[in-house]
Design a protein around this ligand. Structure first.
Ligand SMILES: *Cc1c(COP(=O)(O)O)cnc(C)c1O
Length: 434
Protein backbone atom coordinates (compact mmCIF):
# COMPACT_ATOMS: atom_id res chain seq x y z
CA UNK A 1 0.00 0.00 0.00
CA UNK A 2 1.13 3.51 -0.79
CA UNK A 3 -0.11 6.82 0.52
CA UNK A 4 -0.94 9.97 -1.48
CA UNK A 5 -1.04 13.65 -0.70
CA UNK A 6 -4.49 15.21 -0.31
CA UNK A 7 -3.33 17.72 -2.91
CA UNK A 8 -1.88 15.33 -5.46
CA UNK A 9 -2.99 11.77 -6.18
CA UNK A 10 0.22 11.17 -8.12
CA UNK A 11 2.62 11.63 -5.22
CA UNK A 12 3.24 8.21 -3.64
CA UNK A 13 4.83 7.50 -0.28
CA UNK A 14 5.47 4.47 1.89
CA UNK A 15 4.13 4.37 5.43
CA UNK A 16 7.59 4.97 6.92
CA UNK A 17 8.07 8.01 4.68
CA UNK A 18 4.69 9.41 5.74
CA UNK A 19 5.52 8.98 9.41
CA UNK A 20 8.91 10.65 9.03
CA UNK A 21 7.72 13.50 6.82
CA UNK A 22 4.44 14.35 8.58
CA UNK A 23 3.31 16.47 5.63
CA UNK A 24 3.70 15.73 1.92
CA UNK A 25 6.17 17.85 -0.08
CA UNK A 26 3.32 19.85 -1.61
CA UNK A 27 1.98 20.76 1.84
CA UNK A 28 -0.89 18.27 1.63
CA UNK A 29 -1.76 15.62 4.23
CA UNK A 30 -1.14 11.93 3.71
CA UNK A 31 -4.08 9.65 2.98
CA UNK A 32 -4.13 5.94 2.08
CA UNK A 33 -4.39 5.35 -1.68
CA UNK A 34 -7.45 3.20 -0.91
CA UNK A 35 -9.32 1.88 2.12
CA UNK A 36 -8.97 -1.90 2.42
CA UNK A 37 -12.38 -3.50 2.99
CA UNK A 38 -12.35 -5.76 6.01
CA UNK A 39 -14.88 -8.56 6.38
CA UNK A 40 -15.48 -8.40 10.11
CA UNK A 41 -17.84 -11.39 9.97
CA UNK A 42 -14.75 -13.57 10.00
CA UNK A 43 -13.62 -12.28 13.38
CA UNK A 44 -14.48 -14.10 16.56
CA UNK A 45 -16.50 -11.93 18.95
CA UNK A 46 -13.85 -12.54 21.62
CA UNK A 47 -10.91 -11.47 19.49
CA UNK A 48 -8.42 -9.47 21.55
CA UNK A 49 -7.89 -5.79 20.85
CA UNK A 50 -4.28 -6.33 19.84
CA UNK A 51 -5.13 -9.20 17.48
CA UNK A 52 -7.96 -7.14 15.98
CA UNK A 53 -5.61 -4.15 15.51
CA UNK A 54 -3.17 -6.20 13.52
CA UNK A 55 -5.92 -7.39 11.20
CA UNK A 56 -7.23 -3.87 10.64
CA UNK A 57 -3.80 -2.37 10.02
CA UNK A 58 -1.96 -5.09 8.14
CA UNK A 59 -2.80 -3.78 4.67
CA UNK A 60 -1.52 -0.29 5.55
CA UNK A 61 1.77 -1.83 6.74
CA UNK A 62 2.21 -4.16 3.77
CA UNK A 63 5.55 -3.77 1.96
CA UNK A 64 6.87 -1.38 4.59
CA UNK A 65 9.82 -2.24 6.87
CA UNK A 66 7.57 -1.50 9.88
CA UNK A 67 5.49 -4.52 8.92
CA UNK A 68 7.93 -6.78 10.78
CA UNK A 69 7.11 -4.98 14.01
CA UNK A 70 3.33 -4.63 13.68
CA UNK A 71 2.58 -7.10 16.48
CA UNK A 72 5.06 -5.49 18.85
CA UNK A 73 3.87 -1.97 17.99
CA UNK A 74 0.23 -2.87 18.71
CA UNK A 75 1.04 -4.84 21.85
CA UNK A 76 3.14 -2.06 23.38
CA UNK A 77 0.79 0.75 22.36
CA UNK A 78 -2.57 -0.64 23.49
CA UNK A 79 -1.77 -1.88 26.95
CA UNK A 80 -4.50 -0.17 28.96
CA UNK A 81 -8.22 -0.82 29.43
CA UNK A 82 -10.99 0.65 27.25
CA UNK A 83 -14.26 0.58 29.20
CA UNK A 84 -17.46 0.47 27.12
CA UNK A 85 -20.77 0.80 28.98
CA UNK A 86 -24.41 1.67 28.57
CA UNK A 87 -25.22 4.92 30.35
CA UNK A 88 -28.96 4.80 29.84
CA UNK A 89 -31.41 3.59 27.20
CA UNK A 90 -29.71 3.71 23.86
CA UNK A 91 -26.76 5.82 25.01
CA UNK A 92 -23.39 4.18 25.40
CA UNK A 93 -20.08 5.62 26.48
CA UNK A 94 -16.68 4.66 25.16
CA UNK A 95 -13.98 5.71 27.66
CA UNK A 96 -10.83 6.34 25.69
CA UNK A 97 -8.95 7.96 28.56
CA UNK A 98 -7.42 5.19 30.64
CA UNK A 99 -3.91 5.51 29.18
CA UNK A 100 -0.89 7.01 30.99
CA UNK A 101 -1.91 10.66 30.45
CA UNK A 102 -5.67 10.19 30.69
CA UNK A 103 -6.88 11.26 27.26
CA UNK A 104 -7.48 9.44 23.98
CA UNK A 105 -4.30 11.08 22.68
CA UNK A 106 -2.38 8.21 24.32
CA UNK A 107 -3.53 5.83 21.54
CA UNK A 108 -1.99 7.86 18.75
CA UNK A 109 1.07 9.08 20.62
CA UNK A 110 2.06 5.65 21.91
CA UNK A 111 1.59 4.04 18.52
CA UNK A 112 3.63 6.75 16.82
CA UNK A 113 6.43 6.43 19.37
CA UNK A 114 6.52 2.68 18.82
CA UNK A 115 6.79 3.26 15.06
CA UNK A 116 9.59 5.81 15.44
CA UNK A 117 11.52 3.36 17.59
CA UNK A 118 11.68 0.98 14.65
CA UNK A 119 12.53 3.49 11.94
CA UNK A 120 16.24 3.55 11.24
CA UNK A 121 17.92 6.95 10.99
CA UNK A 122 21.38 8.46 10.65
CA UNK A 123 20.43 11.73 12.33
CA UNK A 124 18.66 12.32 15.63
CA UNK A 125 14.90 12.90 15.23
CA UNK A 126 13.39 16.09 16.61
CA UNK A 127 9.67 15.69 17.11
CA UNK A 128 7.88 19.02 17.24
CA UNK A 129 4.36 19.16 18.50
CA UNK A 130 1.78 21.87 19.12
CA UNK A 131 -0.74 21.05 21.81
CA UNK A 132 -4.16 22.40 22.72
CA UNK A 133 -3.85 20.60 26.04
CA UNK A 134 -3.63 16.82 25.80
CA UNK A 135 -1.36 15.96 22.88
CA UNK A 136 1.68 17.39 24.65
CA UNK A 137 1.53 15.11 27.66
CA UNK A 138 0.62 12.04 25.62
CA UNK A 139 3.62 12.63 23.34
CA UNK A 140 5.95 13.41 26.26
CA UNK A 141 4.97 10.23 28.07
CA UNK A 142 5.17 8.09 24.92
CA UNK A 143 8.58 9.41 23.76
CA UNK A 144 10.22 9.89 27.16
CA UNK A 145 13.80 8.58 27.11
CA UNK A 146 13.41 7.07 23.66
CA UNK A 147 16.81 6.74 22.00
CA UNK A 148 17.76 9.14 19.27
CA UNK A 149 14.69 11.37 19.65
CA UNK A 150 14.21 14.88 21.08
CA UNK A 151 10.73 16.26 21.64
CA UNK A 152 9.77 19.94 21.53
CA UNK A 153 6.31 20.67 22.91
CA UNK A 154 4.62 24.03 22.30
CA UNK A 155 1.59 24.85 24.44
CA UNK A 156 -0.41 28.07 24.72
CA UNK A 157 0.51 29.63 28.05
CA UNK A 158 -2.39 30.12 30.44
CA UNK A 159 -4.87 28.48 28.08
CA UNK A 160 -4.76 24.91 29.36
CA UNK A 161 -5.80 23.43 32.71
CA UNK A 162 -3.35 23.19 35.62
CA UNK A 163 -3.34 19.40 35.47
CA UNK A 164 -2.72 19.43 31.73
CA UNK A 165 0.20 21.83 32.20
CA UNK A 166 1.64 19.66 34.92
CA UNK A 167 1.44 16.56 32.73
CA UNK A 168 3.20 18.40 29.89
CA UNK A 169 6.03 19.86 31.98
CA UNK A 170 6.87 17.13 34.50
CA UNK A 171 9.61 15.62 32.30
CA UNK A 172 13.35 15.89 31.85
CA UNK A 173 15.86 14.16 29.57
CA UNK A 174 14.76 14.40 25.91
CA UNK A 175 11.49 16.34 26.49
CA UNK A 176 11.52 20.16 26.12
CA UNK A 177 8.32 22.02 26.95
CA UNK A 178 7.73 25.60 25.83
CA UNK A 179 4.97 27.87 27.12
CA UNK A 180 4.12 30.00 24.10
CA UNK A 181 2.74 33.49 24.50
CA UNK A 182 -0.18 32.89 22.10
CA UNK A 183 -2.98 30.50 21.19
CA UNK A 184 -2.95 26.87 20.01
CA UNK A 185 -3.22 28.11 16.43
CA UNK A 186 -0.03 30.17 16.98
CA UNK A 187 1.70 27.03 18.25
CA UNK A 188 0.50 25.06 15.24
CA UNK A 189 1.74 27.83 12.94
CA UNK A 190 5.19 27.73 14.55
CA UNK A 191 5.43 24.01 13.85
CA UNK A 192 4.52 24.62 10.19
CA UNK A 193 7.08 27.42 9.95
CA UNK A 194 9.83 25.28 11.40
CA UNK A 195 9.07 22.69 8.72
CA UNK A 196 9.35 25.29 5.99
CA UNK A 197 12.52 26.83 7.43
CA UNK A 198 15.76 25.63 5.85
CA UNK A 199 17.98 26.20 8.85
CA UNK A 200 15.68 24.09 11.05
CA UNK A 201 15.37 21.47 8.39
CA UNK A 202 19.11 21.23 7.83
CA UNK A 203 20.16 21.05 11.44
CA UNK A 204 17.57 18.55 12.64
CA UNK A 205 15.53 15.70 11.30
CA UNK A 206 12.24 17.40 12.04
CA UNK A 207 9.11 15.29 12.50
CA UNK A 208 5.68 16.01 13.89
CA UNK A 209 3.45 14.14 16.29
CA UNK A 210 0.36 16.25 15.63
CA UNK A 211 -2.66 14.59 14.11
CA UNK A 212 -1.46 15.64 10.67
CA UNK A 213 0.83 12.62 11.17
CA UNK A 214 -0.90 9.59 9.75
CA UNK A 215 0.87 7.45 12.35
CA UNK A 216 -1.52 8.94 14.86
CA UNK A 217 -4.68 8.46 12.86
CA UNK A 218 -4.29 4.79 11.98
CA UNK A 219 -4.38 3.58 15.61
CA UNK A 220 -7.46 5.73 16.17
CA UNK A 221 -9.30 3.91 13.38
CA UNK A 222 -9.10 0.74 15.44
CA UNK A 223 -11.33 1.66 18.37
CA UNK A 224 -14.16 2.72 16.04
CA UNK A 225 -13.74 -0.49 14.08
CA UNK A 226 -13.51 -2.66 17.21
CA UNK A 227 -16.43 -1.23 19.15
CA UNK A 228 -18.76 -0.95 16.15
CA UNK A 229 -17.93 -4.60 15.42
CA UNK A 230 -18.56 -5.68 19.03
CA UNK A 231 -21.76 -3.67 19.19
CA UNK A 232 -23.07 -5.08 15.93
CA UNK A 233 -22.31 -8.66 16.94
CA UNK A 234 -24.08 -8.21 20.22
CA UNK A 235 -27.15 -6.18 19.21
CA UNK A 236 -27.40 -6.90 15.48
CA UNK A 237 -27.76 -3.17 14.88
CA UNK A 238 -25.29 -0.51 13.78
CA UNK A 239 -24.42 2.21 16.29
CA UNK A 240 -23.74 5.88 15.58
CA UNK A 241 -20.82 7.73 17.14
CA UNK A 242 -20.82 11.24 18.59
CA UNK A 243 -17.30 12.63 18.64
CA UNK A 244 -15.99 15.71 20.46
CA UNK A 245 -14.02 17.49 17.75
CA UNK A 246 -11.33 20.15 17.48
CA UNK A 247 -8.60 19.50 14.94
CA UNK A 248 -10.83 16.74 13.46
CA UNK A 249 -8.26 13.95 13.71
CA UNK A 250 -10.33 11.64 15.86
CA UNK A 251 -13.36 12.23 13.65
CA UNK A 252 -11.37 11.53 10.49
CA UNK A 253 -10.33 8.19 11.98
CA UNK A 254 -14.00 7.30 12.51
CA UNK A 255 -14.83 8.05 8.87
CA UNK A 256 -11.91 5.92 7.78
CA UNK A 257 -13.23 3.01 9.86
CA UNK A 258 -16.61 3.47 8.17
CA UNK A 259 -14.95 3.54 4.72
CA UNK A 260 -13.27 0.23 5.56
CA UNK A 261 -16.73 -1.26 5.92
CA UNK A 262 -17.13 -1.42 9.69
CA UNK A 263 -20.76 -1.29 10.87
CA UNK A 264 -21.09 2.38 11.74
CA UNK A 265 -24.54 3.82 11.05
CA UNK A 266 -23.54 7.48 11.15
CA UNK A 267 -21.08 9.90 12.70
CA UNK A 268 -21.93 13.19 14.35
CA UNK A 269 -19.39 15.79 15.42
CA UNK A 270 -19.73 17.96 18.49
CA UNK A 271 -17.67 21.11 18.72
CA UNK A 272 -17.46 23.87 21.28
CA UNK A 273 -18.01 27.50 20.21
CA UNK A 274 -15.29 27.06 17.55
CA UNK A 275 -17.71 26.13 14.81
CA UNK A 276 -16.03 26.52 11.41
CA UNK A 277 -17.16 23.01 10.48
CA UNK A 278 -20.80 23.64 11.26
CA UNK A 279 -20.53 26.85 9.27
CA UNK A 280 -19.03 24.97 6.33
CA UNK A 281 -21.86 22.43 6.44
CA UNK A 282 -24.45 25.20 6.51
CA UNK A 283 -22.94 27.61 3.98
CA UNK A 284 -20.33 25.77 1.90
CA UNK A 285 -17.73 28.35 2.98
CA UNK A 286 -14.73 27.20 4.99
CA UNK A 287 -13.32 30.20 6.80
CA UNK A 288 -10.64 29.39 9.35
CA UNK A 289 -10.18 32.00 12.03
CA UNK A 290 -8.60 32.68 15.42
CA UNK A 291 -9.73 30.18 18.02
CA UNK A 292 -12.08 31.18 20.81
CA UNK A 293 -11.27 30.09 24.35
CA UNK A 294 -13.82 27.70 25.85
CA UNK A 295 -14.17 25.26 28.74
CA UNK A 296 -13.35 22.42 26.34
CA UNK A 297 -9.89 23.84 25.70
CA UNK A 298 -8.43 20.86 23.84
CA UNK A 299 -11.00 21.62 21.13
CA UNK A 300 -10.18 25.33 20.85
CA UNK A 301 -9.17 25.12 17.22
CA UNK A 302 -10.09 27.73 14.64
CA UNK A 303 -8.31 26.14 11.69
CA UNK A 304 -8.77 22.36 11.93
CA UNK A 305 -6.01 20.76 9.87
CA UNK A 306 -7.76 17.46 9.26
CA UNK A 307 -10.58 19.22 7.42
CA UNK A 308 -8.46 18.67 4.32
CA UNK A 309 -8.65 14.90 4.80
CA UNK A 310 -12.43 14.91 5.21
CA UNK A 311 -12.81 17.22 2.25
CA UNK A 312 -11.06 14.63 0.06
CA UNK A 313 -13.37 11.90 1.27
CA UNK A 314 -16.51 13.96 0.59
CA UNK A 315 -15.33 16.24 -2.14
CA UNK A 316 -18.35 18.34 -2.87
CA UNK A 317 -20.39 20.33 -0.43
CA UNK A 318 -23.58 18.33 -0.82
CA UNK A 319 -21.79 15.02 -0.31
CA UNK A 320 -20.03 16.45 2.74
CA UNK A 321 -23.31 17.66 4.16
CA UNK A 322 -24.99 14.31 3.59
CA UNK A 323 -22.27 12.46 5.47
CA UNK A 324 -21.18 14.82 8.20
CA UNK A 325 -23.32 16.62 10.69
CA UNK A 326 -22.07 18.84 13.47
CA UNK A 327 -23.41 20.59 16.53
CA UNK A 328 -21.78 23.55 18.24
CA UNK A 329 -22.15 23.55 22.03
CA UNK A 330 -21.76 26.66 24.21
CA UNK A 331 -19.92 26.87 27.52
CA UNK A 332 -23.28 27.30 29.28
CA UNK A 333 -24.49 24.03 27.73
CA UNK A 334 -21.26 22.31 28.73
CA UNK A 335 -21.76 23.32 32.36
CA UNK A 336 -25.39 22.28 32.33
CA UNK A 337 -24.55 18.90 30.77
CA UNK A 338 -21.79 18.14 33.29
CA UNK A 339 -24.30 18.82 36.10
CA UNK A 340 -27.10 16.82 34.43
CA UNK A 341 -25.04 13.74 33.65
CA UNK A 342 -23.75 13.70 37.21
CA UNK A 343 -27.25 14.04 38.63
CA UNK A 344 -29.00 11.58 36.33
CA UNK A 345 -26.32 9.03 35.59
CA UNK A 346 -23.91 9.45 38.55
CA UNK A 347 -21.09 9.99 36.11
CA UNK A 348 -18.41 12.68 36.05
CA UNK A 349 -17.50 13.77 32.54
CA UNK A 350 -14.92 16.21 31.21
CA UNK A 351 -15.97 19.39 29.34
CA UNK A 352 -15.08 17.85 25.94
CA UNK A 353 -17.12 14.74 26.56
CA UNK A 354 -19.92 17.05 27.73
CA UNK A 355 -20.25 18.54 24.23
CA UNK A 356 -20.98 15.03 22.93
CA UNK A 357 -23.49 14.25 25.70
CA UNK A 358 -25.23 17.54 25.02
CA UNK A 359 -25.39 16.70 21.31
CA UNK A 360 -26.82 13.28 22.17
CA UNK A 361 -29.86 15.00 23.71
CA UNK A 362 -30.50 16.79 20.42
CA UNK A 363 -30.58 13.55 18.39
CA UNK A 364 -33.02 10.69 17.75
CA UNK A 365 -33.62 7.57 19.82
CA UNK A 366 -31.37 5.26 17.76
CA UNK A 367 -28.33 3.80 19.59
CA UNK A 368 -25.49 6.28 20.02
CA UNK A 369 -22.00 5.79 21.35
CA UNK A 370 -20.70 8.92 23.04
CA UNK A 371 -16.92 9.12 22.76
CA UNK A 372 -15.36 10.18 26.09
CA UNK A 373 -12.06 11.84 25.24
CA UNK A 374 -10.47 12.77 28.57
CA UNK A 375 -10.65 11.91 32.25
CA UNK A 376 -12.64 14.51 34.21
CA UNK A 377 -9.90 14.90 36.82
CA UNK A 378 -7.74 16.73 34.26
CA UNK A 379 -10.29 19.54 34.47
CA UNK A 380 -11.02 19.57 38.17
CA UNK A 381 -11.09 23.40 38.39
CA UNK A 382 -13.98 23.51 35.91
CA UNK A 383 -15.82 20.51 37.32
CA UNK A 384 -15.52 21.52 40.94
CA UNK A 385 -16.96 24.94 40.04
CA UNK A 386 -20.09 23.16 38.77
CA UNK A 387 -20.54 20.20 41.10
CA UNK A 388 -19.60 20.30 44.79
CA UNK A 389 -17.36 17.26 44.67
CA UNK A 390 -13.68 16.52 45.07
CA UNK A 391 -12.26 14.75 42.03
CA UNK A 392 -10.39 11.55 42.66
CA UNK A 393 -7.07 11.23 40.90
CA UNK A 394 -6.15 7.94 39.28
CA UNK A 395 -2.68 6.60 39.97
CA UNK A 396 -1.31 7.73 36.59
CA UNK A 397 -1.95 11.35 37.59
CA UNK A 398 -0.88 10.98 41.22
CA UNK A 399 2.49 9.67 40.11
CA UNK A 400 3.00 12.67 37.83
CA UNK A 401 1.91 15.16 40.47
CA UNK A 402 4.90 14.13 42.57
CA UNK A 403 7.35 14.99 39.81
CA UNK A 404 9.14 18.32 39.45
CA UNK A 405 8.17 20.49 36.50
CA UNK A 406 10.17 22.60 34.09
CA UNK A 407 9.32 24.72 31.09
CA UNK A 408 10.64 27.66 29.09
CA UNK A 409 8.56 30.68 28.13
CA UNK A 410 8.80 31.84 24.55
CA UNK A 411 7.19 34.39 22.24
CA UNK A 412 5.17 32.95 19.37
CA UNK A 413 8.09 33.34 16.96
CA UNK A 414 10.10 30.55 15.44
CA UNK A 415 13.43 32.46 15.68
CA UNK A 416 12.94 32.94 19.42
CA UNK A 417 12.16 29.28 19.86
CA UNK A 418 15.30 28.28 17.93
CA UNK A 419 17.41 30.57 20.09
CA UNK A 420 16.02 29.20 23.35
CA UNK A 421 16.14 25.58 22.28
CA UNK A 422 19.72 25.83 21.03
CA UNK A 423 20.81 27.69 24.13
CA UNK A 424 19.39 24.99 26.25
CA UNK A 425 20.97 22.20 24.31
CA UNK A 426 24.36 23.94 24.40
CA UNK A 427 24.33 24.87 28.07
CA UNK A 428 22.48 21.80 29.09
CA UNK A 429 20.53 23.69 31.68
CA UNK A 430 16.86 24.42 31.76
CA UNK A 431 15.28 27.46 33.38
CA UNK A 432 12.71 26.39 35.90
CA UNK A 433 9.73 28.70 36.13
CA UNK A 434 7.06 26.62 37.79
C1 LIG B 1 -7.61 16.57 21.25
C2 LIG B 1 -8.88 16.45 22.00
C3 LIG B 1 -10.14 16.52 21.36
C4 LIG B 1 -10.26 16.82 19.90
O1 LIG B 1 -9.75 15.84 19.06
P1 LIG B 1 -9.38 16.16 17.55
O2 LIG B 1 -8.79 14.94 17.02
O3 LIG B 1 -8.41 17.31 17.61
O4 LIG B 1 -10.63 16.59 16.89
C5 LIG B 1 -11.27 16.31 22.11
N1 LIG B 1 -11.20 16.07 23.43
C6 LIG B 1 -10.03 16.01 24.09
C7 LIG B 1 -10.03 15.75 25.55
C8 LIG B 1 -8.83 16.19 23.41
O5 LIG B 1 -7.67 16.13 24.06
Amino acid sequence: MYFNSTRNKKLMYTLTECIKLGLAEDGGLFIPEYFPKIDYNNFDINISYVEFSKNVLKEYFKNDPLNNYLHEICKNSFNFIIPFNEVNNGTFILDLFQGPTLSFKDFGARFLAQCFEHISTEKRFTIMVATSGDTGSAVASAFYKKNNIDVIILYPEGKISQKQEHQITCWDSNIYSFAVNGTFDDCQKMVKEAFQNDSWQNSKLLCTANSINIGRLLPQVIYYAYFSFKYFKKYDEMPGFIIPTGNMGNATAAYWAKEMGFPIREIVLSTNANNVILEYIETGEFSPRKSLLTLANAMDVGNPSNFERLKILFDDHLLFKNNISAYSITDAQIRETIADVFKNDQKLICPHTATAFCTRKLLNSLPWIVVATAHPCKFDEVIESIIPIKNEYPKQLLEMLYKKCRHIKVEAKIEKLAEKFNNFQNNNKFTIYL
